[in-house]
Design a protein around this ligand. Structure first.
Ligand code: FES
Length: 255
């Protein structure tokens, strides 16, 4: 009998041109060793990385996404995009968590052009963490189809999420700790639940119902929600004329 194949995580890295990409380059030139788990896309600034890129990478089979930028205060643009990258990654982690995926699959780090060894250490560490988590979906007890459904549900409401982010979540703190405290605060969690959590749950139901009509129990089973939670979202969706109850099938369908 052949031995089970070792899981090799696949990471997509977005590296800012001015610091992290140069750091990765130095890492290669200096022959620092790290696992061959990462494929890199060079962006001009970490603030250029859109949540859509992150979701697309995961939908296309990556197990984790890494964003590397300049240290805070050292971004090469007056808009200081690395602060936006911090917000984006925290929001991305919250969205993954809300969809039942492990937020540790996203990682943001600062790497300067002279920190080739730091780049190798971070990629090694992130790869090890993803190995612990397992493949995307399997690690969370979900099949591939469910993972893609959840990622599609997030992508569908991305314009709305970005609006909420711009109006309510765009904050500026001096350091990473400030962002961590803000994004884990009760105030943020309840705001997230009210503004995005419910919309995301409904979006998942809409994607699921695209295939066929389903009962409340079937939806709950597929999405890992409680029946009462699903019933609440179906009521809201029915009032908004997004779904209807099909009397013949005794199931909910898209309106
Ligand atoms: Fe590197 Fe903005 S230029 S993070």
């Amino acid at each position: 009998m052949s031995a089970p194949q070792e899981f090799k995580p696949r990471i997509l890295g977005f590296l800012c041109n001015w610091c992290s990409y140069a750091g990765a380059d130095l890492c290669g030139v200096s022959r620092y060793q790290y696992p061959p788990s990462i494929k890199v896309i060079r962006v001009m600034c970490s603030g250029r990385v859109d949540l859509e890129f992150v979701l697309r990478a995961l939908s296309n089979g990556k197990d984790g996404v890494f964003v590397g930028g300049c240290w805070l205060g050292e971004c090469h643009y007056v808009t200081e995009g690395n602060y936006d990258a911090l917000s984006m990654m925290h929001l991305g982690k919250k969205l993954l968590e809300c969809a039942g995926l492990n937020p540790d699959r996203l990682r943001l780090e600062w790497v300067s052009a002279s920190e080739g060894n730091r780049y190798a250490e971070i990629v090694t560490d992130f790869t090890a963490r993803l190995k612990e988590l397992g493949p995307l979906g399997a690690g969370e007890g979900m099949d591939k189809k469910t993972v893609n459904l959840k990622l599609e549900a997030i992508t569908r409401i991305l314009p709305y999420i970005k609006l909420v982010e711009r109006e309510k979540l765009r904050v500026r703190f001096a350091d990473k700790a400030g962002y961590e405290a803000f994004f884990s605060s009760d105030q943020l969690n309840s705001l997230f639940r009210e503004t995005i959590g419910e919309k995301l749950a409904i979006s998942q139901i809409m994607v699921l119902l695209q295939e066929r009509a389903l009962s409340t129990g079937e939806i709950a089973g597929s999405l890992g929600m409680s029946a009462s939670e699903v019933a609440k979202h179906l009521n809201t969706s029915a009032r908004a004329k997004l779904v209807r109850f099909d009397e013949q099938q005794k199931r909910f369908a898209l309106a």
